[in-house]
Design a protein around this ligand. Structure first.
Ligand code: C2E
Ligand code: MG
Ligand code: MG
Length: 393
């Protein structure tokens, strides 16, 4: 059968005959070096046995609106597969692709909610990937509301194919994404283009500053894998680690429990930079309050920065950093970081109450001392990561 002549009625027949299936591609955590999830990718197994990739029918499905039928009809299959995967390893996340159109009405949202409720699914283990283009084209407020509600359920929303559209940064600020998925084209072009490499690096850094996780897709070589590790990317997906495979192949893959390189030096460096930046901001605020002479000092609202859960290091620690849990320096870091914030808050208070400069200076010393302790722990964590078990590559 010729794939390039696919029509809407072909698709409808195929769907009615149960010819659509999901393949699964593993995702690897660049922190642990282990598989931490899989992406469901649709395939159409036609009556004559040909396997049609989504690129050959999803565009038609999207332009005709039929994609919502596919999404709804396939969702029970996805849930059934998810339950099997999750029973084998409950730490695995399953992501699946939806179009913005799927959220024109609350139907898909309701299906997801009902599945979470009836199967007691941890919503964080489900991840919806939306392509940037489908978002940008959607001006509908219903889509926005339904997506907000989906995020409110605790389901993770990933922006797929980041770097291919035009309004990426704008859509990031407007939609409730918590994961940025860097487009495979951009990742592959990095080998030949320093500019692409810089764009990828900067995107990872930006996502980190927004408190958003990063996944890179399309990794085919170990040099790209290593680059991403050093750039601080959190997750990786690509033919190098695993191609899309059937559910039973995936189960074998999970059982193999392979380990790749997980030396997340980039992520630890970003945490160090975050902390240094925090300290600089605070000291700047204190010194202009206490030592600023006669000029009026603008007192900034430091609430977010002063809370050890919501400062950047805190967002990292209680977010993506949690994968370091069990490493002694990481576990000790929590208390050291909390103490640092207590000193910081006290310092801010005394500086604003107008005590003597000597007292402020003494307190500043305590702050920098505690800051060194925090940085040393991050350094220890990096050393530990460098000495971690041998990996496949
Ligand atoms: P996507 O969501 O960005 O998925 C990643 C695509 O990159 C997949 O292609 C995957 O096979 C491919 N890929 C992953 N790693 C590598 C690599 O190292 N090298 C190369 N060359 N390719 C790699 P696939 O499965 O053909 O899917 C294409 C697109 O179709 C997906 O892109 C997604 O946008 C769409 N799609 C897939 N399944 C569904 C679905 O169930 N619903 C909807 N609406 N769209 C879907
Ligand atoms: Mg995807
Ligand atoms: Mg993609």
């Amino acid at each position: 059968m010729e794939n390039n002549k696919i029509t809407l009625s072909d698709m409808a027949m195929g769907l009615a005959h149960g010819e659509f299936v999901y393949y699964y591609q593993p995702k690897i955590s660049l922190i642990s070096g282990k598989m931490n999830g899989a992406e469901a990718l649709i395939r159409w197994v036609r009556a004559d046995g040909t396997l049609v990739p989504p690129g050959e029918f999803i565009p038609l499905a999207e332009s005709t609106g039929f994609v919502t039928e596919i999404s709804r009809a396939m969702f029970p299959r996805l849930v059934a597969d998810f339950l099997i995967i999750n029973d084998i390893n409950e730490a695995l996340t399953v992501s699946f692709n939806l179009s913005a159109q799927d959220f024109n009405s609350p139907e898909m949202l309701n299906l997801i909610r009902a599945a979470i409720d009836s199967h007691q699914i941890d919503p964080q283990r489900l991840q919806v990937e939306l392509t940037e283009a489908s978002i940008i084209n959607s001006q509908d407020t219903a889509v926005r509301e339904n997506l907000q509600e989906l995020a409110g359920l605790g389901v993770t929303l990933a922006m797929d194919d980041y770097g291919t559209g035009y309004a990426s940064i704008d859509s990031l600020s407007q939609w409730p994404f918590s994961i940025l998925k860097i487009d495979q084209g951009l990742i592959q072009r990095m080998s030949g283009s320093e500019k692409c490499a810089t764009i990828v690096q900067a995107s990872i850094r930006m996502a980190h500053q927004l408190g958003i996780g990063t996944v890179a897709e399309g990794i085919e070589t170990s040099s790209i894998y290593d680059f991403l590790l050093h750039a601080g990317c959190a997750e990786a997906q690509g033919f190098l680690m695993g191609k899309p495979m059937t559910l039973s192949e995936l189960l074998i893959f999970i059982k193999k429990d392979q380990r790749w390189s997980g030396l997340p030096i980039g992520l630890i460096h970003m945490a160090q930079l975050d902390h240094i930046q925090w300290r600089k901001n605070l000291i700047d605020q204190i010194t202009s309050t206490s030592f600023g002479g006669t000029r009026d000092v603008e007192i900034r609202d430091m609430t977010t920065e002063m809370d050890h859960h919501t400062c950047r290091l805190g967002l990292w620690y209680y977010g993506v950093g949690q994968e370091f849990g069990g490493h002694a320096p990481f576990d000790r870091l929590e208390e050291a970081h909390r103490v640092l914030h207590d000193i910081g808050k006290e310092l801010l208070e005394i500086a604003r109450s107008g005590v003597s400069r000597e007292e402020v200076t003494a307190m500043l010393r305590r702050l920098t001392k505690q800051s060194s302790i925090v940085l040393e722990m991050l350094q220890e964590l990096e050393n530990e990561a460098l000495m971690s078990q041998p990996a496949i590559f």
